[in-house]
Design a protein around this ligand. Structure first.
Ligand code: ARG
Length: 561
């Protein structure tokens, strides 16, 4: 409910139009002060009056049955009638059924490049953030009515595939790969590097095999496809657990035959310079190192493929925004790519956005490097969290049905929430104990609150929530919950605009804490019917919002916990 609109409709002051007043209205810092406030300082000069006098006069001229206004030190503080507020907000949230509906399609398209894993490399905890942030943004934009294209820009090209083939042919075994999947492939890759240190000839062989892949040789292509299938099968299992989906798996190799256009344009615009045999775009005017386009042997690079991919995405999807959820280590890469697009004359280059995030490490260590083979697999992290969740559930609620399913929801949810509740740009030290605590700022805490709202309703015999007396929800604790509930929409929008699901995560924690504070001193069951009904209405709105918000963060909400 947009209360700001109601307030500006009822302002009577000559020097300020409704349109001007609207954006100046902000939420009060604390509910003791009021609900919305409007600072009057900037009018002082023009009106030749003190801000206090202006605020005083403005407050006096307000007449509305829905709110009161008063001057507090040059601010007009507006206080909504709490019954009115509860009625408007709760009827709006409660209406429309069990879940919130997506907004009408707005006709805009967002390309969202996320997760973007590498073939024949482990899906490790380092991919958690891109996968979770991207997956959540995917749901958030859909909710807001965007047409979203989720793209897994697979790392499926490069000389390492020549190495993989050599290693596989020399030491590999299909049965073993079938059994152990990417693990087996990674071991082969690691072994290749060890042996190549002693025997540099292996590198020549690898180059030759890579050339064969490029030339479309049958055996090379078959093996290349095989590595890809093995990796994707494994990765898909993790995506299923996380509820992640993609509309396209067009990765680097997809652009093999789509780079000529880019090279043409670069030549036409006289942007391609030779440097030690390589072709580059000089970016020194922009204080950046050159963007490498073709190596001296004519091979394309990561950046070349990204240029082709961006052009392809514009042509295919006509995006309004083209987002890349990729770690901040690639800041320079994307700055270069976007600049080159701009120089190529793509006016839409400014619609390309790198959404960076920090690094993840495990509390107590654990290396993330592929070459040493010493990595923490994301699926192992999920398994461990699920196991630990199961133990907690056994302790807390041994009679629960469906313990395994709930342990999955809680364990996986805990990991994902930990990833999503930290501001993106901060490095994250992952801790199982913190993630799984039922008391901290965690998914289990939110899930537990949601489940409790549900069980309270059942305990009360699930009365129909009609003809609710909203005047029973006007105390401070209830008003605080109502105010937060009313902010949900704006929080989703803010998270979308700032590419920051953590804003939603924080909001859900605030909401749950505020509700739990209410719950502590407001009994729901066993009160007069009218009171029970009103409090249940509040509780139901909290439950629906928590469940919906968790879902936008890729997290499921068990009915019982
Ligand atoms: N596969 C890359 C990596 O793991 C990320 C790709 C991101 N997307 C892109 N269009 N460059 O580092």
């Amino acid at each position: 409910m947009d209360f700001k609109k109601i307030i500006v409709e009822n302002l009577n002051c000559g020097f300020l139009t409704k349109e001007q007043a609207y954006p100046m209205l902000g939420a009060c810092a604390s509910l003791d002060m009021g609900d919305y406030c409007l600072p009057c300082f900037r009018f002082a000069k023009e009106l030749k009056k003190s801000p206090q006098a202006i605020a005083e006069e403005m407050a006096k001229n307000v007449s509305s049955e829905y709110f009161t206004a008063e001057n507090v030190g040059g601010y007009v503080n507006f206080r909504l009638d709490r019954k009115f507020m509860a009625e408007k907000v709760l009827t709006e949230v409660y209406g429309g059924g069990e879940s919130f509906k997506a907004e009408k399609p707005n006709g805009k398209t967002i390309c969202l490049d996320y997760s973007s894993i590498n073939i024949a490399k482990p899906f490790h905890i380092g991919h958690l953030l891109t996968t979770a942030i991207g997956g959540s943004l995917y749901r958030i934009y859909k909710r807001l009515g965007y047409n979203v294209v989720g793209i897994n820009h697979l790392g499926d090209w490069g000389t390492q595939f020549g190495k993989m083939i050599v290693a596989f042919k020399k030491w590999g075994d299909r049965k073993d790969v079938e059994k152990r999947g990417v693990n087996a492939l990674v071991e082969l890759y690691v072994r290749f590097h060890k042996e190549a240190e002693e025997n540099p000839k292996l590198d020549d062989e690898a180059r030759a095999w890579f050339k064969k892949i490029e030339d479309g040789d049958k055996e090379a292509t078959e093996l290349f496809k095989y590595f890809k299938a093995v990796t994707l099968e494994e990765v898909d299992k993790v995506y299923k657990r996380l509820g992640i989906e993609f509309d396209s798996y067009n990765g680097e190799s997809f652009y093999n035959d789509k780079m000529d256009g880019v090279i043409e344009t670069l030549k036409e615009k006289n942007l391609l310079k030779q440097s030690d045999g390589a072709s580059i775009v000089d970016l020194s005017d922009y204080n950046m190192p050159p963007c490498l386009i073709l190596r001296s042997d004519g091979a394309s690079l990561y950046a070349t493929r990204d240029l082709a991919a961006a052009v392809y995405r514009k042509k295919t999807y006509d995006f309004d925004k083209n987002l890349y959820v990729v770690a901040y280590q690639q800041n320079l890469h994307f700055k270069q790519v976007f600049k080159v697009l701009e120089l190529m004359g793509c006016e839409w280059a400014e619609d390309c956005v790198h959404v960076p995030f920090g690094m993840v490490s495990l509390e107590g260590g654990g290396s993330l490097s592929t070459r040493s083979g010493n990595v923490v697999y994301l699926s192992d992290v999920l398994d461990t969290a699920v196991e630990k969740a199961k133990k907690v559930i056994e302790e807390k609620n041994p009679d629960l049905n469906d313990k395994d399913k709930i342990a999955q929801q809680v364990g996986v949810g805990a990991v994902v929430f930990m990833a999503l509740s930290t501001a993106k740009i901060k490095d994250l030290v992952f801790s199982y104990d913190k993630a799984l605590s039922f008391e901290g700022e965690t998914a289990p805490y939110l899930q537990y609150t949601q489940a409790r709202c549900r069980s309270v309703r059942v305990k009360c015999g699930e009365p129909k929530l009609e003809n609710v007396d909203f005047s029973l929800l006007t105390d401070d604790a209830a008003a605080a919950v109502v105010t937060l509930l009313n902010r949900y929409d704006a929080v989703i929008r803010d998270a979308a605009e700032k590419y920051e699901p953590s804003l939603l995560a924080k909001y859900l924690i605030d909401l749950a804490q505020s509700y739990n504070a209410f719950y502590v001193d407001h009994r729901i069951a066993g009160e007069r019917e009218e009171v029970t009904k009103a409090r249940l209405m509040l509780s139901e709105c909290v439950r629906k919002t928590l469940k919906d918000g968790l879902n936008l963060l890729l997290i499921e909400s068990p009915d019982k916990m």
